[in-house]
Design a protein around this ligand. Structure first.
Ligand code: HEC
Length: 113
């Protein structure tokens, strides 16, 4: 057995697994006071309206290509640093909608029990 092709196949399989779109379709939680409080800790000045808009943005823009991903399916850092910037660009969100989405998703992620 030649080790290099095996290694490459393994690396390839792991790389592919990391970029499959989400399976399933999970309604996000209601934009409640707990989510707003959690979002406020990360982003001072966050309003309840902004968090509610973020949920609307998600439901309206994030299932054109795949189902709605469960918020708990990814760690907060991954949402913040990789997924949300990439997916906001894919969904061509405005800066206002993107800011609202980030607040809703991270607030909701922080309140997942
Ligand atoms: C234009 C099509 C399109 C839109 C719109 C879109 N996505 Fe995606 N999404 C993809 C594709 C394709 C993938 C597969 C991985 C990749 O390309 O990065 C993906 C992957 C994902 C993943 C899995 C990422 C991972 O690393 O496991 C999540 C979570 C996700 N999308 C969330 C969202 C959210 C939230 C929105 C709304 C802002 C959104 N997507 C809008 C096409 C889209």
């Amino acid at each position: 057995m030649r080790p290099l092709p095996v290694l490459l196949a393994l690396v390839g399989a792991i790389g592919l697994a990391a970029c499959f779109p989400p399976r399933g379709n999970v309604e996000p939680p209601a934009a409640d006071a707990a989510i707003t409080a959690a979002a406020l800790k990360r982003f001072p000045g966050t309003t309840a309206e902004q968090v509610a808009l973020g949920r609307t943005v998600m439901v309206g823009n994030c299932k054109a290509c795949h189902g709605l991903p469960a918020i708990a399916s990814e760690p907060a850092e991954e949402w913040e640093q990789e997924i949300l910037p990439e997916m906001a660009a894919k969904a061509k969100l405005s800066e206002t909608d993107k800011a609202a989405l980030v607040r809703f998703v991270l607030g909701a992620r922080d309140t997942v029990k």
